[in-house]
Write a protein that binds this ligand. Structure first.
Ligand code: AMP
Ligand code: GLY
Length: 435
């Protein structure tokens, strides 16, 4: 969808970006690049964000604190990065004081916060997805397991930072996962209900859709690497690297995904009475029988954003503000032909326990096509940038080919000094090896 006419409203002048990760650092850069030249602040931000805009130490789950910040700083538009403030009703609270925001209200955020809620919608509207059963007691869950093919997937209902999903390879492993979630309280209240879902096979892709609730724009395709280790080994993480475009999503396949999944999803959400203005992030398995929905997220992906947003030849502020106003009509939208890659540098030990406070030393200069995006970083008492999270940095590069972008990103990764750094060496390798 595109049109040359200007947006039918005045763009905001004072923008708050909520969050502290690589996604938010990328959004800060994109909004600063808007021709509208807004003043941008962040909460709580990280060391990289704080080097670019004022960052206020208000936590993402402190809804009254964020609302107070908005009022004090005369903010006229809020972009919400992570899922937690969305599900806690930040956008609802902002609406009550008349401040527009990009991101769904709490009812829309349930599409991410409850896998059971989403599965019910997918099944009700015949959107392709794996068959599943819902349980809150162990005995019926174990009985159901015995009727399904193995491997099988066990999912905690609630938010679990991407870690509440077990793909069990054997029946005992599946039974243990069921017991862990329902009895062991491993996931707290997130695991008090579970979903047992047939295993799907194929390549995964994420489709990010900006929607105003009525209309939508599909952002560039991308692919994440969820496992910690090279060759997709080891535990799941929040995402260890991405590239865009994902060639596995051919134009024909994208049309099919739009017809069978994207449009029916946007329509289903509206039909459920949810006024969803934000990013609908659809996790999709490309199975031999066609694309099938794994999950919805209700926010930009991290690290998908780090490769998708730099490829937009678009005023990102105008795009997101238009969505918040309930119409994308008049938004000029175009995608750059370049390839982008993001290699996540994590702290050794992630996604389990990892050290914090390790000093990071950056190369003095970087090629123009490389950006170091901060995720889990902070400053120590001496003012040095140190590690402060599991995913520390996202080294992002663009180039005429994926190979060129990958070579640039990896050259920069090698030059970043940090004793606890680990990163996958094979981001983009599947696509590169297909050629
Ligand atoms: P989710 O949070 O539901 O996207 O699940 C996290 C990850 O678990 C996905 O990205 C997949 O790698 C894997 N997964 C989830 N559901 C399935 C499924 N039905 N079949 C195979 N893998 C799955
Ligand atoms: N990279 C996956 C996510 O943001 O959920």
């Amino acid at each position: 969808m595109s049109s040359a006419s200007p947006a039918p409203f005045q763009l905001p002048k004072n923008v708050l970006i909520v969050g502290a990760g690589g996604r938010e650092h990328t959004l800060v850069k994109a909004v600063l690049a808007s021709p509208a030249k807004p003043r941008v602040i962040a909460a709580p931000g990280n060391a990289g964000i704080a080097a670019e805009v004022p960052a206020f130490p208000v936590a993402v789950d402190d809804i009254p604190g964020l609302v107070a910040l908005v009022q004090r700083e005369k903010i006229d538009f809020v972009i919400v990065g992570p899922e937690v403030p969305l599900s806690l009703g930040l956008v609802d609270a902002l609406a009550r004081i008349g401040v527009p925001a990009y991101g769904p209200k709490a009812d829309g955020a349930r599409l991410e916060a409850s896998k059971v809620f989403t599965k019910e919608i997918l099944l009700k509207y015949n959107i392709p997805t794996a068959p599943a059963g819902f349980f809150h007691e162990v005995a019926p869950a174990l009985a159901y397991l015995r009727t399904r093919p193995i491997p099988i997937v066990i999912k905690a209902d609630g938010l679990a930072a991407g870690k509440g999903v077990i793909v069990a390879q054997t029946l005992p492993e599946a039974e243990a996962a069921v017991r862990d979630m329902l009895e062991g309280n491993k996931f707290g209240s997130s695991g008090s209900r579970i979903l047992i879902e047939d295993c799907l096979y194929g390549e995964e892709t994420s489709i990010l859709v900006v929607t105003s609730g009525r209309d939508y724009i599909i952002l560039p395709t991308s692919q994440d690497h969820k496992r910690i280790g090279d060759g997709d080994t080891g535990p799941n993480t929040g995402g260890m690297g991405t590239y865009s475009p994902a060639d596995v999503v051919t134009p024909e396949l994208l049309s099919r995904i739009e017809l069978e999944i994207v449009k029916p999803s946007v329509d289903a959400i509206a039909a459920e009475g949810i006024d969803f203005r934000g990013t609908l992030f659809i996790g999709i398995m490309l199975t031999p029988d066609g694309p099938s929905v794994l999950e919805y997220n209700t926010r930009f992906g991290d690290p998908e954003t780090q490769v998708v947003v730099p490829r937009l030849d678009t005023d990102v502020l105008a795009l997101l503000f238009a969505a918040s106003q309930g119409t994308l009509a008049g938004v000029r939208f175009a995608i750059k032909p370049e390839h982008a890659i993001c290699v996540v540098i994590a702290a050794k030990g992630y996604p389990d326990a990892y050290p914090k406070g390790d000093v990071i030393r950056f190369p003095a200069t970087l090629p123009g096509n490389v950006q170091i995006i901060h995720a889990g970083t902070a400053r120590n008492a001496s003012g040095e940038v140190v590690t402060a999270g599991g995913r520390v940095l996202g080294v992002t590069a663009i180039g005429p080919t994926l190979r060129a972008a990958a070579d640039s990103a990896y050259a920069a990764c090698d030059r970043i000094e940090c004793t606890s750094k680990v990163y996958r060496r094979d981001i983009g390798a599947k696509q590169l090896n297909r050629r």
